[in-house]
Design a protein around this ligand. Structure first.
Ligand code: NAD
Length: 310
């Protein structure tokens, strides 16, 4: 240890990255501590740095006791579990691992869009049940179909890059992006109306904010003309889940992949609406978490916190 700063880690981090950090600082690492908000609130006063994923709710009750805290490292992206306004007022630096898991999420979007457009979950279910649904379920090709990307930041751009290689035509909606710099990817900046009307696949890559909460709702689904596949890897609450299930049951959309949910783990009320045989893929918030991204994300935050305190 060559620095007397104290760092608290409340969720899992790559072991090598932790060992690296532990040589330099006085580190307490407990990957289950996020479950015990009272304990974090009690001990946070002693720490100069805090490292979390998305389960630790870094709210004002914790932050008002964080008398020495100067740095919060987020092992991932999306800062909706951190009261960033409070942090700003207390001059606490908040550092996400921007871009470090973008490839993992983009691969998830490509693989789930391919699976759903090919109706793989339905073929799998029918085959397992012995129905041999070779002619009863129809699937289509992805080539030359429209992909609508909502939120054209780090991950949205990566999804465009991967998907253009599979022959998809890409529309993107992001009012904060004024032009597309990458000349190698053919993306048209568009509006929500055109995306809803033309897309065969719609993938959401927004942060969860007051502006984006419920942005995909009953009215959005009613404008979708091509019965698209919907993919949400960003945050639960951006798509209205009840409206999504209703749209699927009314055949306004032809499938969906959800990696994120309004309540995580998903609640039984939502789970009851999902039936085997639906063209859907549900996963437990893992699209950004792979062996490789865990190493990149952890190394990145360890480097940032080390640089910060040096
Ligand atoms: P980013 O900040 O680079 O991109 C977000 C984009 O959304 C920005 O370009 C921004 O201009 C745009 N945006 C903001 N408000 C908008 C609005 N109202 N309408 C349209 N566009 C809007 O973030 P990113 O790295 O691309 O990540 C996107 C989100 O994905 C994160 O906020 C995070 O919640 C989520 N995420 C989830 C996982 C996972 O494992 N499921 C992993 C990584 C990221």
């Amino acid at each position: 240890m060559n620095n007397n700063k104290k760092i608290l880690i409340t969720e899992f981090i790559n072991q090598n990255s932790f060992e690296h950090l532990n040589k330099k600082f006085d580190v307490r690492y407990d990957e289950k501590l996020f479950e015990n908000e009272n304990e974090i609130t009690r001990i946070i006063k002693d720490y100069d740095g805090l490292i979390v994923r998305n389960k630790t709710q870094v709210n004002s009750s914790i932050l008002k006791n964080a008398l020495k805290l100067k740095f919060i490292g987020r092992l991932g992206v999306g800062l909706d579990n951190i009261d960033t306004g409070y942090c700003k007022s207390k001059n606490i630096h908040v550092q996400p691992a921007t871009g470090m898991n973008a490839d993992s999420v983009a691969e998830y979007v490509v693989s789930s869009s391919m699976s759903l457009i090919k109706k793989i979950p339905m073929f799998h279910n029918g085959t397992v049940k012995g129905e041999w649904p070779r002619t009863t379920i129809k699937s289509i090709e992805i080539n030359q179909k429209y992909l609508g990307i909502i939120g054209f930041g780090t991950i949205g751009k990566k999804v465009a890059e991967y998907s253009s290689k599979n022959g998809l035509k890409i529309l993107a909606y992001d009012p904060y992006v004024k032009e597309i710099n990458n000349k190698e990817i053919d993306v048209k900046l568009s509006n929500l109306k055109e995306i809803f009307e033309k897309s065969d696949i719609i993938s959401i890559h927004l942060p969860l904010t007051d502006e984006t909460k419920n942005i995909i709702n009953k009215s959005s689904f009613s404008q979708m003309k091509n019965k698209p596949i919907i993919i949400n890897t960003s945050r639960g609450g951006i798509i209205n889940e009840n409206d999504l299930i209703e749209a699927y049951n009314k055949n306004n959309i032809s499938g969906f992949a959800l990696d994120v949910f309004e309540k995580e783990p998903i609640e039984s009320e939502f789970y009851k609406k999902i039936k085997l045989g639906m063209n859907c893929i549900l996963t437990p918030h893992i699209s950004g978490v792979t062996t490789e991204s865990n190493i990149r994300v952890s190394d990145y935050i360890v480097k940032k916190i080390t640089d910060f305190f040096n």
